[in-house]
Ligand binder design. Structure first.
Ligand code: AMP
Length: 382
């Protein structure tokens, strides 16, 4: 079974082709500075055919599309039809930067491969079962009813994938029952988020109605006092658009130390740069606070998972985020933490009550698996 995974962004197109019988990636590509998605998809088809892995897109068993916002309509991945497209279109106000580009990719792919089943996999759907107490904001309730203002959460595909990997690993190694497993997943990349996971289900997550809330990110502020934008508007005359840009694009690590790439920040901190050191401390302190909060929400945990570009690669960030948490049963092992490998790695001390796992994420494979599942079910129903 061959599944193509498409991530159609506003200015880029990423694709990966999988052979699902071996869960193996056959080829992949990234097209950047995309202005014409039709052209980009034509280029992708040419790249696929040149790779020798696929003569034509009509040979595919399915196409899995990443869709950022599924709102309250989508708790699971779905087979795409006209109603699904309408529903994704109606969600554009909740994700004005992402959903339109995702939709464009879907529409062109449907035109190019009309007989190939296409599946939408949403970043939000993993978090759609979190309880009301975690998703309703303390705002007038009518705003939820009328405008769907609530926590949705993102990075769901990644959190789901690493949680499943952790469950398989812990069942095999310690005979841990996945149904009793409590995890905190920390996806630390350019965007960062934490999820509290029980029995394979998200019960809370740090991103909110939009991906701006929660942990400190590359350029996004995460949690701040919501009165700050009003104060700035009054004091500086900044417009809504300027404030949006400030909080989403000029804040986070970049706001604190003028750099948003964690590798550069770590290097600068090592050279004694004060603001880079401060940015790292703020980043890690925020993670620590979420670990504490989610341990309380879950009434204890079995493991913490680090994933994403920073989570998988930065021993310094993992060390600082887990430092001085012995009281909570979290003890990182400095040596194990510094060994780098590309598979699941345990980095806690033997005496640590809580396991600390580094798990490489693979959102594309997760989308391919979810899509293959839907295509197989669909065939079974014919
Ligand atoms: P992602 O969005 O998951 O691709 O992650 C991107 C982030 O991972 C960037 O901030 C990179 O600087 C960071 N990253 C990648 N490798 C390392 C590393 N070895 N040390 C620190 N940060 C890293």
């Amino acid at each position: 079974m061959k599944i193509l995974v498409l991530n159609s962004g506003s200015s880029s197109l990423k694709f990966q082709l999988f052979d699902m019988s071996k869960q193996q990636m056959l080829t992949s590509g990234l097209l950047e500075q995309v202005t014409d998605h039709q052209q980009a998809i034509a280029s992708m088809e040419e790249m696929l055919s040149n790779s020798g892995c696929l003569k034509s897109v009509s040979e595919l068993d399915g196409i899995g599309h990443r869709v950022v916002h599924g709102g309250e309509d989508f708790h699971d991945p779905v087979l795409i039809n006209d109603q699904v497209l309408d529903a994704i279109e109606k969600l554009i106000p909740l994700a004005p930067l992402h959903n339109p580009a995702n939709l464009t990719g879907i529409k062109i792919a449907r035109m190019r491969a009309p007989d190939v089943p296409q599946v939408a996999v949403f970043d939000t759907s993993f978090h759609q079962n979190i309880p009301e107490q975690a998703y309703i904001y303390a705002l007038p309730y009518t705003l939820y009813e009328k405008y769907k203002v609530r926590r949705y959460g993102f990075h769901g595909t990644s959190h789901r994938y690493v949680a499943q990997q952790a469950a398989d690993y812990m069942a095999k190694k310690w005979g841990k029952n996945p149904a009793e497993l409590k995890l905190i997943s920390l996806h630390l990349g350019n965007g960062t988020s934490a999820a509290a996971i029980e029995n394979g289900q998200s019960i809370d997550t740090s991103m909110g109605m939009t991906p701006l809330e929660g942990l400190v990110m590359g350029t996004r502020c995460g949690d701040i006092d919501p009165a700050i934008p009003f104060y700035l508007a009054r004091e500086t005359g900044m417009s809504i658009q300027e404030l949006d840009d400030l909080l989403n694009k000029q804040s986070g690590l970049k706001g604190i130390c003028e750099e948003n790439d964690m590798r550069t920040i770590v290097q600068l901190a090592e050279q004694g740069d004060y603001r880079s050191e401060l940015a790292i401390n703020i980043f890690c302190y925020r993670i620590k606070k979420y670990i504490g909060a989610y341990m309380a929400a879950l009434n204890g945990i079995d493991a913490i998972i680090f994933t994403g570009g920073i989570g998988e690669n930065s021993s310094l960030i993992r060390e600082r985020a887990c430092a001085n948490l012995q009281y909570l049963g979290i003890e990182i092992n400095t040596e194990k933490n510094r060994q780098h490998c590309r598979k699941i790695q345990e980095i806690q001390n033997d005496s640590s009550r809580i396991k600390i796992l580094v798990i490489p994420t693979n959102e594309e494979l997760e989308i391919a698996m979810q899509s293959a599942h839907i295509v197989t079910n669909m065939r079974g129903n014919i």
